[in-house]
Design a binder for this molecule. Structure first.
Ligand code: ZN
Length: 257
């Protein structure tokens, strides 16, 4: 054996002996970990864009287990609810005590393309509030060839699946009443105490959010119909008139102090 090989073998043997006896420890080099952004999509992907690629922005306040979901403008020409939901968002930020043990999910613009063109329908001419998989749904050009054919209704459907709300309020115009579906008569009564709108049972419309959430899923759901021309009201006035009813829904079954 050459001198060179004998030196290599001796060195290796020495390392093995030192490692086994714990006398030699390899240097701990710091491991560089690249923090990757969370994937935007996953098994519970929520498509948050409209047909015309407008964002569907929802906000969540509070960490509690009691969940209220409030949305507006699923009919794009019924815009008063948008400012009302923005006002509610601000109010909740200023009154965090209301959010103890509660979570509030807000979707101020449920039909962004309809809002952009001041239309009841989405960009494909579909009434989103007839596009949900309720047992009374009708397939048609106006209601969609299938349930959840539209990205906007799919997004609302997924929000409900993700947050499993205890109650839902969907803000509309111009029928000036509190309509309800599913087990929500008591909630309607409570909200009616805090605004001047009468309770009226309009009846479950085919494939509506009320039919889907209230009747099919059994989630109390209120359709808050603001009066005609409500979108022309100043937002402070709107808030004074209808904000307390929304807060009453959030704190339900407790009363507003
Ligand atoms: Zn409507």
């Amino acid at each position: 054996m050459s001198r060179k090989w004998s030196l290599i073998l001796t060195t290796c043997a020495l390392f093995i002996v030192l490692s086994l006896t714990g006398c030699y420890k390899p240097v701990d080099y710091p491991v560089i970990v690249r923090v990757l952004p969370l994937p935007k999509s996953g098994p519970e992907t929520i498509a948050d864009r409209s047909i015309e690629n407008r964002p569907m922005v929802h906000t969540v306040q509070g960490q509690g287990s009691d969940v209220t979901f409030i949305l507006a403008a699923i009919h794009g020409n019924e815009k008063a609810g948008i400012q009302l939901v923005h006002q509610l968002d601000k109010y909740l930020q200023q009154h965090p005590k209301l959010l103890e043990k509660r979570k509030v999910v807000l979707l101020p613009v449920a039909n962004p393309d309809g809002v952009a063109r001041n239309s009841r329908y989405n960009a494909r001419g579909i009434d989103l509030n007839r596009n949900f998989p309720a047992s009374n749904r009708i397939n048609s050009n106006r209601f969609g060839r299938t349930a959840l054919s539209e990205p906007e209704s799919r997004f609302i459907f997924q929000l409900i699946r993700q947050y499993t709300p205890d109650r839902i309020v969907s803000i509309h115009e111009p029928l000036a009443c509190i309509d309800y579906d599913g087990p929500s008569r008591a909630l309607a009564n409570r909200m009616a105490r805090y605004c001047k709108l009468p309770i009226k049972k309009i009846g479950a419309k085919p494939g509506s959010l009320g039919s889907h959430a209230g009747v099919t899923l059994g989630i109390p759901i209120i359709t808050l119909e603001l009066p005609k021309g409500a979108h022309r009201f100043r937002s402070e006035y709107l808030w004074r008139q209808y904000g307390p009813a929304l807060i009453a829904a959030i704190v339900y079954p407790y009363r507003i102090k």
